[in-house]
Every structure is written in structure tokens, then in C-alpha cells.
Design a protein around this ligand. Structure first.
Ligand SMILES: *Cc1c(COP(=O)(O)O)cnc(C)c1O
Length: 402
């Protein structure tokens, strides 16, 4: 009797929920059930010859310094690579560190970036303000129509960067169409996949070259630590991404990697429940007379419903709503909530509501805000793990106060 012939010995054959519990399970000689935290910065070697071989890359999988190699961090990356279907990945201190690395590791002075204009604030800063300081120009386009990317491509375009669905208005970008355009011009497509989650959208299968996550969001999912991860082919990760991480050092700590590993064990369970509730809340809000518009990718009223059905297996844990009466009404609603908290974080066990115009998107001009759908009455709701009926009752009470 032996498990060698059991097909489930291969974690790639496991369903997502199983992968998130068992994937990337390195064990110490003590065979601990839960993953260990390796809180060490360095490693010692049995001999000088061993050290020389290791530094020459002759010992695969070896560890020589925790800035770029730590067993707990490795386990987190392996677990993420499994659910993403990626050959390799690297972890970072935050989602922004991951995005900055993914983008900046692919360009040099004289190159050009094309990005969708509706991006998370920090991501927009990296392509619009930071990259140009080093001679990398960028063009921002309305991401809803793939043709806008085709028109913006130049012979020196090396990176196309998108986020879908976007923050906060849940607009979609057609990943497959944009991947084809990028590749036709010899550019790499980088997708920030936070809003759809690794469970419900597979950018690599649709043609993306690198996928990034803020692990701070659904992956931790309990408001504890920051983290980020970049996933893709062995070739891209082991060359550019690894070198950038190794030499610039935005490393994920072993402790935070361990918290994220524990977060992943309940990832599928949490996201399924949060998505079930988001669907119910979206339907309840859409039926309310004081709500002008509810934006939810798998609701028929979403302007890109067909694309949402094609590219996302479910509709996200986030939704946006436009309250009649503008900013005053949006503030009155938020301030009357008893269960849902006012916070700009997302993907958390706690339901969180934010007014993008005055918080996350306050840095942008009113013109840009309106272009990207950030109206005065817009609220973004991240649906958590509370009972869906409690959330709906909380929102109904608050709407009555508007
Ligand atoms: C939060 C977020 C980021 C940045 O991640 P941090 O962990 O906060 O640095 C990037 N992109 C998206 C879509 C996000 O939601």
C-alpha cells in the first residue's frame, strides 16, 4: 500500500479550496501540521565549497539570504502560483511594491507604457508620474474599448498595464483582446487582479504575462498585514522580477508571509461567501428608489455584462452605488451605518464603505474623476463576512436617513 499512485499526490490536480489548504507545504524535520515561521535573515553552510557552489547557483532551491529566499515566503508564493496556474512568482512587502516591481522591471529609459486610465491611485502614480521621471513615457487610455490600446501602441511600447474590474467603478477591460494587441506589438501585458481575485479570474490563461496582487486585500482578508505578489512564467520571474526584488529589497517578511498563508487556508471559503452576499446586496440596492445606479459585474445592468460573464466566473466581492443627492446623500448614508465601517480598505472580513471622491480619488482633478465615473454620490462597498440580511438591513436603515 502506498500513495505514490494516487493521482491526488499532484497538487495541480486539486481544486482551489484544497490547494489553498495544502499547497506550498514545505516541512521541517518536525513535520509540523501548520506551516512554520522561519524568522531568520541568514543561513550557514557546511563548508566553504558548499557556499561557493551555492553562490554560483549550482544548488537548486538553496537559500542564502532572506531578502530574496526564505522558506515561509516560498510557501506563500508556491500556494499563490498553484491557484494562479503560474510557473513561478515572487512576494513583496505590499501590493504597491509588487506592482512597481512588475512594471519597472520590464522597462528602461526610452521605452513606453500604455495603461488604462482607471487604475488604483498608487498604480496610476507609478505609470503617470514615476516612470516618466526615468525617461519612460506613458499613455493612459479609456480601457473599456480594446481599440484604444491598439491606437496608443508605439514601436517602443514594452508594457501594457491594466486593472479589471477597476477601482472604484468596476469597469472591465477585455484581457484577451488587450493581450493580443500587446503581443502583436512585442509588449508584455501586466494585470492587477485584486478586484476579481485569483478564484474568479485567470489572466494568465487569457494571455497576460504577469499578474499582480495586493495580498493586503482578500488574501489576508482579515485586516492584519500588507503584502504583494507577482506571478508569471519562470523566464520572466526568474530573470527580471527576481533580480529587481533581490537588488532593491522590497521583501515580504516571513511573519507576514505566514499570516498570508493562514489567510489563504480560508480564501476560497471567504470569497465564495462574500460574493454570495455581494450578489444579494447588489440586488437589494438596485431595487431601492434612492439609489440611482448599482454597479456589479454579474448584474444584467452592468454596461459590460457579456464581457463580465465571459472573463470572470463570478462577479466580485465589491460593488459601487450612486446615491441620489450627491455627496451630501453619500455622507448621510455612510454616517448612518451601524455594521458596515467607513474605510478605504477592501476584501476584508468586515464590510467596508468608502466615498472615493473625497478619499482614494481626492488627488485627481474633478475632470479626471468624472471621466472615470467617480461622481459625488458614488460609494464603493466591499462586502464582508457578516450575515447578508444584516448588511441589507443596515443599508436600508441608512438609506432611510438620506
Ligand atoms: C490595494 C491595491 C493595491 C496596492 O496594494 P497595497 O498592498 O495597499 O500596497 C494595488 N492595486 C489594487 C487594485 C488595490 O486594490
Amino acid at each position: 500500500m502506498s500513495k505514490e499512485n494516487n493521482p491526488l499526490i499532484d497538487p495541480k490536480r486539486h481544486a482551489a479550496a484544497t490547494q489553498m489548504v495544502h499547497g506550498g507545504g514545505k516541512r521541517s524535520p518536525f513535520n509540523e501540521t501548520s506551516e512554520a515561521i522561519f524568522l531568520n535573515s541568514g543561513y550557514s553552510y557546511p563548508s566553504s565549497q558548499h557556499a561557493e557552489d551555492l553562490f554560483q547557483g549550482k544548488i537548486p532551491g538553496a537559500h542564502n539570504y532572506s531578502r530574496f529566499a526564505n522558506p515561509t515566503v516560498d510557501m506563500f508564493v508556491e500556494r499563490m502560483a498553484l491557484i494562479e496556474g503560474a510557473e513561478a512568482g515572487r512576494a513583496f512587502a505590499s501590493g504597491m511594491a509588487a506592482v512597481t516591481n512588475a512594471v519597472m522591471s520590464q522597462v528602461r529609459a526610452g521605452d513606453h507604457i500604455v495603461a488604462a486610465q482607471a487604475l488604483f491611485g498608487g498604480c496610476r502614480y507609478v505609470v503617470e508620474d514615476y516612470a516618466p521621471r526615468f525617461g519612460v513615457e506613458s499613455t493612459l487610455v479609456d480601457g473599456r474599448d480594446p481599440e484604444n490600446f491598439a491606437r496608443a501602441m508605439r514601436p517602443n511600447t514594452k508594457v501594457v498595464f491594466i486593472e479589471t474590474p477597476t477601482n472604484p467603478t468596476l469597469e472591465l477591460v477585455d484581457i484577451k483582446a488587450v493581450a493580443e494587441i500587446a503581443h502583436r506589438h512585442g509588449a508584455k501585458l501586466i494585470v492587477d487582479n485584486v478586484f476579481s481575485t485569483a478564484l474568479y479570474q485567470k489572466p494568465l490563461e487569457l494571455g497576460a504575462d504577469l499578474v499582480t496582487y495586493s495580498a493586503t486585500k482578500h488574501i489576508d482578508g482579515q485586516g492584519r498585514v500588507l503584502g504583494g505578489v507577482v506571478l508569471g512564467s519562470k523566464a520572466l520571474i526568474e530573470a527580471d522580477v527576481h533580480t529587481f526584488l533581490r537588488q532593491t529589497g522590497a521583501t515580504l517578511s516571513a511573519f507576514n508571509a505566514w499570516v498570508l498563508l493562514k489567510g489563504l487556508e480560508t480564501y476560497a471559503l471567504r470569497i465564495e461567501r462574500m460574493t454570495d452576499s455581494a450578489e444579494k446586496v447588489a440586488k437589494a440596492l438596485a431595487a431601492h428608489p434612492k439609489v440611482g445606479r448599482v454597479i456589479y459585474p454579474h448584474e444584467k445592468s452592468h454596461p459590460q455584462y457579456d464581457l463580465a460573464k465571459r472573463q470572470m466566473s463570478r462577479g466580485s466581492t465589491l460593488l459601487a452605488l450612486d446615491v441620489n443627492g450627491g455627496q451630501e446623500a453619500a455622507f448621510a448614508l455612510s454616517d448612518s451605518l451601524a455594521v458596515i465601517l467607513i474605510s478605504n480598505n477592501l476584501g476584508d472580513a468586515k464590510s467596508l464603505i468608502t466615498h472615493p471622491r473625497t478619499t482614494t480619488h481626492a488627488r485627481l482633478t474633478e475632470e479626471v474623476r468624472l471621466e472615470t465615473g467617480v461622481t459625488p454620490g458614488l460609494l464603493r462597498l466591499s462586502v464582508g463576512l457578516e450575515d447578508a440580511d444584516d448588511l441589507i438591513a443596515d443599508l436600508h436603515f441608512a438609506l432611510d436617513q438620506v
